[in-house]
Design a protein around this ligand. Structure first.
Ligand code: SIN
Length: 513
């Protein structure tokens, strides 16, 4: 009864797109812990990158991606990403994603660290929502079986090969087993590690914990990208204010109303994300304020309301008319760059286990993700997963990268004598304070010690909140331990005690149980 060719865990862009392609090859089950639309994809605003503009080229996209990646991008997967981009955009158009157009041509916007406007968008700033709703409609219409409210709890592995997955029905608490030939993790990221984040509530590191516990390799976890501009208003969740707002002319101002980014980088407001985030923190610290401001009041009101309808409406509903007043913003955790390590076919080190989207680490982002490359990564490598399974290739794919690995495993740590009571709010504050935008050895050691203590102290999980807490603790432990090991600053990982980039750290930290 419960046997499938493919089981996909997660229902964001990676999960739904994979499911639609897998359906051509065999039976498919999608398991998702909330409703089909609960995912991070829906929150993506800016868009999806592809070198389709007349002043652009695949080579330039490759170069920008590698430059952003600060020495750790996998050149093979970056090449694949950029080369296959336009064909995958055509697939989305076929699936009826309504990309915005100008005079009949797909409209392209600018985002930080891109050399040219390269970012496609839909519904103005509702790109993720438009993609999600087009794909979820297609999945529903195609009759693919979707189990909503099922939380995956354990990957079943027999003789080093995937056999299936266990999941609990959130409504009844009963556990079920599902068998499959191919299991695709598309569970998204782990933004809920941090007090301030732009992610959905479902982003709790579930796929990292499932894969790690099954024996998969997890890599690059120290690289977590912080978005410079999330709305910072008392009592309001940190809603994303897209980088495209700066791409269209929005300007950052400090508490005194002065522009400041030219003091930090030649590209000013469109400097790389990590630099903008740290510059904002510095301005906030100097002014003793918890925010800076993003000013779009000089843009025509019609441009704001049509180009950024979601942001405009969200702010207006909270009493802020952004055509007239500056937007209070501060950085927030945004994207998990590391993840379950895959090769260029989305394949992990466990036969039959694949990962797609934010949970995967294909190596394209290196140490710092180029904006709007992640929706693209999800569809490019999802298709390759299906190609790989279709051809039923049995042999392992050689590792093409020439960047060396440091293989590590979690070991015992001194546990602090006084351990705070484990809970989501404490965990989020801990990561924000000790493993956030600026880190150091003492803070990281403290955080890792507490997380290790919680791992020892907590009873076995039984329901969704307890599973999610366990998953966040394990994911946070891998992140903080890796950040502790990496004694340098590179890309999204900044250590105040090791502020320089160090050539010997041009390597991946790879976890395995
Ligand atoms: C944004 O709209 O600023 C987010 C784009 C991204 O993170 O890729």
């Amino acid at each position: 009864m419960n046997e499938y060719d493919y089981i996909v865990v997660g229902s964001g862009i990676g999960g739904l797109y994979t499911a639609l392609l897998a359906r051509e090859q065999g039976s498919v089950l999608v398991i998702t812990k909330g409703s089909i639309d609960d995912c991070n994809t829906k929150y993506a605003q800016g868009g999806i990158a592809a070198a389709i503009g007349k002043d652009d080229s695949t080579q330039l996209h490759i170069q920008d991606t590698i430059n952003a990646g600060a020495g750790l991008s996998n050149e093979e997967t970056v090449n694949i990403l950029a080369k296959e981009a336009s064909a995958r955009i055509a697939d989305l158009v076929y699936f009826r994603v309504p990309f915005d157009t100008i005079d009949g041509e797909i409209a392209l916007t600018m985002e930080a660290a891109h050399s040219v406007p390269r970012v496609l968008h839909a519904g103005g700033d509702a790109t993720g929502e438009q993609i999600e709703s087009a794909l979820s409609k297609k999945v529903r219409d195609s009759g693919i079986q979707v189990l909503e409210n099922f939380l995956a709890t354990e990957i079943l592995v027999e003789k080093r090969k995937v056999a299936g997955i266990k999941a609990i029905d959130r409504r009844t608490g009963t556990e079920e087993e599902f068998q499959c030939r191919f299991l695709i993790l598309a569970t998204g990221g782990a933004g809920q590690l941090f007090k301030y984040n732009t992610n959905s509530d479902v982003a709790t590191g579930d796929g990292i914990a499932l894969a790690f516990n099954a024996g998969a390799e997890i890599t690059d976890m120290e690289f977590f990208q912080f978005h410079p501009t999330a709305l910072r208003m008392p009592g309001v969740p940190p809603f994303l204010i897209s980088e495209a707002v700066r791409g269209e002319g929005g300007m950052l101002r400090n508490a005194e109303g002065l522009r400041f980014m030219f003091n930090y980088h030649e590209k000013e407001d469109l400097a790389p994300r990590d630099i903008v985030a740290r510059s904002i923190l510095n301005e906030m610290k100097k002014a003793g304020s918890d925010r800076v401001y993003l000013d779009v009041t000089h843009l025509p009101p019609h441009t704001i309301t049509t180009r950024f309808p979601q942001i405009y409406r969200f702010c207006l509903d909270r009493g802020l008319d952004i055509t007239k007043a500056q937007i209070p913003v501060a950085p927030a955790a945004h994207y998990m760059i590391g993840g379950v390590r895959t090769n260029s076919w989305g394949e992990t080190n466990i036969m039959g286990l694949f990962a797609a989207g934010e949970v995967a680490c294909t190596g394209v982002h290196g140490a710092n993700r180029l904006a709007s490359n992640s929706l693209l990564e999800a569809i490019v490598f999802s298709r390759r997963i299906i190609e790989r399974t279709k051809n039923k290739v049995k042999e392992k794919v050689a590792k093409e990268e020439n960047i060396k690995d440091i293989q590590v495993s979690l070991s015992q740590r001194p546990i602090p004598k006084i351990l705070p009571t484990p809970g989501l709010a404490v965990l989020q504050q801990l990561h924000w304070d000790k493993a956030g935008i600026i880190r150091d050895k003492d803070g990281l050691n403290q955080a890792a010690g507490i997380l290790a203590g919680w791992q020892n102290a907590l009873p076995r999980p039984t329901d969704q909140p307890s599973y999610e807490l366990h998953n966040l603790i394990l994911t946070g432990r891998l992140l903080t331990e890796a950040a502790c090991i990496r004694e340098e600053s590179r890309g999204a990982h900044f250590r105040s005690d090791f502020p320089q980039n160090v050539p010997k750290w041009k390597c991946h930290i790879v976890w395995q149980k």
